[in-house]
Design a protein around this ligand. Structure first.
Ligand SMILES: Nc1nc2c(c(=O)[nH]1)N[C@@H](CN(C=O)c1ccc(C(=O)N[C@@H](CCC(=O)O)C(=O)O)cc1)CN2
Length: 284
């Protein structure tokens, strides 16, 4: 079966990067099936994503070895994954399970290529879903006096399962600075507002009180600063004066679910590259 790998690379921009990299891949007999690139003029940084198909003997090590000349010449930072490998994810949820259920459905129908290795919650509400789906469930209530202990359990779980991504699917606890930094780039949160508006808890009620005409949801990487992480995906929907805050909540559920699932798919397909506190998204 032909091997399919995804390659992300970045370096300071200068002429010759694409020619050099594609020549090295061609020498491996690899075929580039998709190519995306971006030059950030402000930082003079170059970013590229390549989908590379090769014969059944092609490995990540072969690709990394072939790119060594360009890595040295241009100072490339590279990431290579086997696109046939099924990424492992941990889903974290509190009481509202709509975004988690949507992820499980999108995995079930094959739209999202991922294996849920565990569901973690600070409440018992979703245990029945996990048992139905035959997924390990960890209920770790968080209080001020046990936060560090509970967060260490999450770090251990990520290490033991080899999870590639932690998804905060309406998990309503603020992760500590240490945990956020240690897992930076591996934790995606869905915030139930159109950031940067209405950060924090109860954004729909904030929006209702403000009298907005649009509400939305934002998927972002988690950083120590609440709701300030690099934005991956957003969507909005019109609301009216006749709608209550509860109507906002109901309208927002589907937006949150769609936005989070799209962000997770983009991440697992290595279509997102971090650029400072922003993201570059190489959509399909
Ligand atoms: N380090 C971070 N942790 C988390 C982030 C983040 O951006 N950085 N996002 C949140 C999710 N979230 C909004 O999207 C959010 C969650 C919780 C709160 C909050 O104020 N929680 C209270 C407790 C609430 C409760 O127990 O129900 C608190 O932690 O004191 C605000 C926003 C996930 N974590």
């Amino acid at each position: 079966m032909p091997q399919l790998h995804v390659l992300n690379l970045t370096c300071e921009d200068r002429p010759g990067i694409v020619a050099a990299v594609t020549t090295e891949l061609a020498a491996l007999g690899a075929n580039i099936t998709e190519s995306s690139q971006f030059w950030d003029r402000a930082s003079n940084r170059f970013f590229m994503r390549l989908a590379v198909e090769g014969d059944d003997g092609l490995t990540i090590a072969h690709i990394e070895h072939a790119l060594k000349p360009s890595i040295e010449r241009f100072g490339l930072r590279t990431g290579v994954i086997d696109a046939h490998r099924r990424p492992k994810v941990v889903i974290m949820v509190s009481k509202f399970d709509h975004a988690m259920l949507h992820l499980l459905y999108q995995i079930k129908v094959g739209w999202l290529n991922a294996e849920v290795v565990a569901i973690v919650s600070n409440h018992e509400e979703s245990r029945i879903t996990a048992e139905r789906e035959d997924i390990a469930y960890h209920c770790w209530p968080v209080r001020k006096d046990n936060k560090a202990e509970q967060e260490q359990k999450l770090l251990d779980l990520v290490r033991e399962t080899g999870a590639d991504l932690v998804i905060l699917a309406r998990y309503m606890q603020v992760l500590s600075d240490d945990l956020s930094n240690r897992l930076f780039g591996k934790v995606i949160n869905i915030h139930h507002s159109f950031l940067p508006s209405f950060k924090g808890a109860r954004p729909y009620h904030q929006a209702f009180e403000r009298g907005v005409k649009l509400i939305g949801a934002t998927a972002h990487y988690v950083t120590p600063d609440l709701d300030e992480g690099p934005i991956i995906e957003q969507e909005t929907e019109r609301v009216t004066h006749a709608m209550s805050a509860e109507d906002f909540v109901a309208t927002g559920r589907d937006i949150e679910s769609r936005v989070l699932a799209r962000a997770v798919k983009l991440h697992l397909e290595r279509r997102i590259m971090l650029n400072g506190n922003k993201t570059i998204v190489f959509s399909s």
